[in-house]
Design a protein around this ligand. Structure first.
Ligand code: 5GP
Ligand code: ZN
Length: 115
């Protein structure tokens, strides 16, 4: 059994409020939402973060993960109002879970610069 939380969510071993699933990626609600819509989209295959996708296989994984995030944004009615996609990468990026994930944030106006 994997000790990676998101691998376990992908495998259905840990419950999550799942929104969408393809052969390559899974979208589910964040446990601790930072916006009215806060969804995490993760690749089905374990990759630590964006830095681990600098290969042809990684490019496919990244593309399919971001594509599902864009599809979910559309399904949740965010296409017109806009939204933010975030990939925290490593310690200074604020990454706390070591399995690549795209945060889909929407439903309010985001601020810049980020914290
Ligand atoms: P990071 O800080 O790595 O960019 O984001 C990790 C995100 O995963 C956080 O927003 C956190 O709330 C979320 N998270 C951590 N553990 C779980 C979990 O078990 N289930 C869900 N749905 N979200 C989680
Ligand atoms: Zn994993």
């Amino acid at each position: 059994m994997s000790d990676c939380i998101f691998c376990r969510i992908v495998a259905g071993e840990i419950p999550a409020k799942e929104i969408a699933r393809t052969a390559d990626a899974v979208a589910f609600h964040d446990l601790n939402p930072q916006a009215p819509v806060h969804v995490l989209v993760v690749p089905a295959t374990h990759v630590a973060n964006a830095a681990g996708t600098d290969t042809d296989a990684g490019e496919r994984i990244m593309g399919r993960t971001v594509r599902l995030a864009v599809q979910v944004a559309k399904e949740l009615g965010l296409a017109e109002s806009g939204y933010r996609l975030v990939m925290n990468t490593g310690a200074d990026g604020g990454q706390s879970v070591g399995h690549l994930h795209v945060h889909l944030l929407g439903g309010r106006r985001m601020t810049w610069p980020p914290g």
